[in-house]
Design a protein. Structure first.
Length: 86
């Protein structure tokens, strides 16, 4: 997907045009001092991105279940308990 590049100054002066371009599905790259700073995208593109990234991340239970199982027994250290003043 091709993106249009804007300087921060131009983006501020022509913000309506920048938003219109983004709404048409083209990401708009804004630079600050010649360095890429932000990308403006349409709400639809943003929602697509969010739903895709959520689908790619396992939930915590799936993550725990994916940890390889081992028959190795873990020994507990028999250290004395600490005294706590509450």
């Amino acid at each position: 997907m091709e993106q249009t590049k804007w300087t921060l100054h131009d983006a501020k002066n022509r913000f309506s045009a920048l938003v219109s371009e983004a709404q048409q599905g083209q990401p708009q790259l804004v630079t600050k001092h010649g360095i890429p700073a932000v990308v403006v995208i349409s709400m639809k593109n943003y929602q697509d991105y969010i739903s895709t990234s959520r689908r790619q991340q396992p939930n915590f239970a799936d993550y725990l279940l994916s940890i390889p199982q081992s028959d190795t027994e873990i020994e507990r250290i028999n250290a004395p308990l600490r005294d706590l003043d509450l």
